[in-house]
Design a protein around this ligand. Structure first.
Ligand code: UD1
Ligand code: CA
Length: 458
């Protein structure tokens, strides 16, 4: 018996009132559809994942790539019609779990438990329901004698039905054959003129199939994101849950409500995170690191005992015992070595530094490879771009680059060289030498006295 999952992600998300297709919207910098797919994988309860795409399908496909198989719904005629588009891909007997793509808080535990409930009760259809204080906007669960009878959409509900607080989460587990037989019989005769997936309840019920609800206790997990307010609420819940878990694992957070950590981030024990930090993507923060306030880290590895203040670190790595910032910017594959000091207003791009490298103030390093024990003076830069191409700078070990030097790449500064302050170099510097490339100072004595009025300009 094969187990399929169908994720519905073809809709535009009209209520978001923006251009981005709804399921591509990020929470903590990760698209909501990615949460659903990752949690389905984590549940290990599913053999094959199918995603129904339609509106701006390239965007959804760009996010999920080959992690799923795609069915296309060219015209969005409703959730029932969307599931029908996957019919040809469901080739074997078994059951299918259907999930809306706008429900990012559903985790692998819910998926596992609902699947187990469905199997244990030998149901033909299980609808995952929950109780909400404010059920507005959701389909209501209609029961008689405590038995599931139907789901009524809010727009089709009577005032009395609208008082029902048990709602349809939009997750269903259903026998494959019965699902598609039922879908062949749904109509769009309703307030929205759509083919509602929810109508399969009535149809299977009238066919005497075994249909029931599985009640989800933690109702917040079933939150459907229909507008940008709901998105911010879901993000808030997720942020809180992630921070709680991380703090319990031995990470100190100062004012955690202001700290955002993505759900794929790994943080080791004894790390401290100050207010207003955002750490996302596949970042790893190793033991004893201190992440100072207002730091942003995305897809980066921060080594043990690293101390960061007010800095931006994207797609980069910082090795152990290094200090970064305030106001440093590491990006595009910067690999900063151990025991470095990267100080105020230093930008490092696609550059590797060795042990004990120092660029304490106002520097730019792009496309460079730097050895051990190098000092890069205040205001010095690698001139890596000629307007058309980028070139490499190579600096050996034990090099001292004085202040305000321009190293015009391609260039090699060999071991133990010293670059005089203010030099603009466009030739390689050999080992053990001093390079000076600047004009001589001229002092014109008594210059102001000899001027007509003998006054220095104010
Ligand atoms: C749906 C349910 C409702 C439930 C709620 C839970 C129906 C008719 N209603 O309502 O009972 O309480 O979810 O959140 O199913 N989609 C497509 N193709 C379409 C239409 C929708 O792929 O033609 C996708 C959307 O991209 C979305 C999902 O299906 O990810 C749900 O659609 P949405 O319009 O959000 O349904 P709701 O009105 O929230
Ligand atoms: Ca929805």
């Amino acid at each position: 018996m094969k187990k399929y999952a169908i994720i519905l992600a073809a809709g535009k998300g009209t209520r978001m009132k923006t251009d981005l297709p709804k399921c591509a919207y990020p929470l903590l910098k990760k698209p909501m559809i990615a949460y659903i797919v990752e949690n389905l994988y984590k549940s290990t309860a599913i053999d094959e994942l199918i995603t129904v795409v339609g509106h701006k399908k390239e965007m959804i496909q760009g996010i999920l790539n080959s992690r799923v198989t795609y069915a296309v719904q060219e015209e969005q005629l409703g959730t029932g019609h969307a599931v029908l588009m996957a019919k040809d891909l469901i080739t074997e007997d078994g059951c299918t779990i259907i999930l809306p793509g706008d429900m990012p808080l559903i985790d692998e535990v819910v998926i596992k438990e609902a699947m187990a409930f469905h199997e244990k009760n030998k149901n033909n259809l299980t609808v995952v329901s929950t109780i909400l204080d404010e059920p507005d906007g959701y389909g209501r669960i209609i029961k008689s004698n405590n038995q599931l009878e139907a789901i009524i959409e809010e727009k089709d509900a009577t005032d009395k039905q609208k008082l029902i607080q048990e709602i349809n989460t939009g997750i269903y587990i259903v026998d494959n054959k019965m699902l598609f037989d039922a879908l062949d019989n749904i109509s769009s005769n309703n307030a929205q003129n759509e083919y509602y997936l929810t109508d399969i309840v009535k149809i299977l019920k009238s066919d005497n199939k075994k249909v029931s609800t599985y009640m989800l206790k933690k109702s917040y997990k079933a939150m459907g994101i229909n507008d940008l307010y709901a998105l911010s609420q879901a993000e808030g819940i997720l942020r809180h849950e992630i921070n709680k878990k991380i703090m319990k694992s031995g990470v100190a957070m100062i004012n955690p409500d202001t700290i955002t950590i993505g759900d794929n981030v790994r943080i080791e024990e004894n790390v401290t995170i100050a207010p207003n930090c955002v750490i996302t993507g596949n970042s790893v923060i190793k033991k004893n690191a201190v992440i100072g306030s207002s730091t942003e880290i995305h897809n980066s590895i921060i080594g043990e005992n690293v101390n960061i203040k007010h800095s931006l670190i994207f797609n980069s790595e910082v090795k152990e015992n290094t200090t970064i910032g305030p106001f440093a910017h590491l990006r595009d594959g910067a690999i900063v070595g151990p025991n470095n000091r990267i100080g105020n207003f230093v930008e490092i791009k696609k550059t590797t530094t060795g042990n004990e490298f120092k660029a304490s103030h106002l520097a730019y390093l792009g496309d460079a490879e730097i050895g051990d024990n190098v000092n890069f003076g205040c205001g010095s830069i690698t001139v890596n771009y000629d307007g058309t191409h980028k070139y490499k700078t190579k600096i050996g070990n034990d090099v001292f680059v004085g202040c305000n030097a321009n190293l015009i790449a391609p260039i090699i500064i060999d071991d133990n060289a010293t670059i005089a302050a203010g030099s603009t170099l466009n030739k390689n510097v050999p080992k053990d030498s001093l390079a000076i490339a600047r004009s001589y100072q001229v002092n014109k004595e008594n210059y102001f006295k000899n001027k007509k009025n003998g006054q220095k300009k104010k």
